[in-house]
Unconditional design. Structure first.
Ligand SMILES: [Zn+2]
Length: 292
């Protein structure tokens, strides 16, 4: 092909692409990354106006990977960190995030659970002079361009005498953008689900961050019917001592009609919403075992 003709073709290609690119730029999107942090939870919300919220920060061993992920996403100081509860698999990576990325505000889970990682986190927040507030149900955070994050729990009054009160008093949060919703369950348990339903919390959502790494102590059929998720994300490590996720929970998620994605098999799961439709991608191609 003569050089001139090739150039014309290339230009024609660019011209046809240009309007589509302009449209894509005009479309406001919310992005949620369910970050592969091994056995633990960490989810990054990026709003259409660029506001960033990190819900949990994985275990300490994931610190470097988590910070590298945030750098790769060009995240400056976060606008907010929400801690769902004080277990090490949710807060161990946060001291590194506070020190190396920074945050403007920290919303704390209320139920005490002492530990070395917790002390590190509080020291890091103190050194960086980050304001620390208690997460309270009903609080709504405006993320711009119509995106909001609403805290549905911790339960009030707190749940006491359950299998794990630290888990049961997890902060549950719902992200709304247009007609799309994401529900973040932390490590909530069956009593949390019961409390949310008795409080008439609006839990309906297309995307569910499954409670407690898909354990058998939550995600009851009744609660899943109320959420009615299309996509369920289980944040879980490849090898974990807890046998998460539980086969019965996976069956309940599938019976509820949800497509299940898992950070141990799919890597980091990224879901984008334009307010109407969801686009899903995963960092690993899942290797299914060939059936005999
Ligand atoms: Zn956990």
């Amino acid at each position: 092909m003569p050089r001139r003709a090739r150039r014309t073709l290339l230009l024609a290609g660019l011209l046809t692409l240009a309007p589509a690119m302009a449209r894509a730029k005009d479309t406001a999107r919310v992005r949620v990354d369910f970050i592969d942090v091994g056995q633990g939870d960490a989810a990054l919300i990026t709003s259409p106006t660029g506001k960033t919220v990190l819900i949990d920060g994985g275990p300490h061993e994931a610190s470097d990977a988590l910070v590298a992920f945030l750098y790769a996403r060009h995240v400056g100081p976060l606008d907010l960190i929400v801690l769902t509860h004080r277990h090490a698999d949710h807060l161990g990576g946060l001291p590194a995030v506070v020190e190396r990325i920074g945050t403007r505000l920290f919303l704390d889970a209320p139920t005490p659970h002492p530990g070395k990682e917790r002390e590190h986190l509080m020291r890091a927040l103190d050194r960086a002079r980050v304001p620390v507030r208690d997460a309270t149900p009903g609080r709504t955070i405006d993320l711009g361009a119509g995106a909001t994050l609403t805290l549905l729990s911790p339960p009030e009054p707190p749940i006491v005498g359950s299998r794990s009160d630290v888990n049961a008093n997890s902060v549950v949060a719902r992200l709304d953008f247009g007609a799309t919703r994401f529900l973040f369950m932390g490590d909530a348990e069956t009593p949390t689900e019961r409390w949310l339903m008795s409080a008439h919390a609006d839990v309906r959502a297309q995307v569910l961050k499954v409670a407690h790494h898909g354990s058998r102590f939550s995600s009851t059929a009744r609660f899943l019917a109320a959420v009615h998720p299309e996509i369920a994300v289980v944040s879980v490590g490849t090898i974990n001592d807890y046998h998460h996720p539980a086969p019965g929970t996976l069956r309940r998620l599938e019976s509820a009609g949800a497509r299940v994605l898992r950070t141990d098999l799919d890597g980091t799961v990224t879901i984008e919403s334009d307010g109407r439709k969801l686009a899903v991608r995963a960092s690993h191609a899942r290797t299914e075992l060939a059936s005999p």
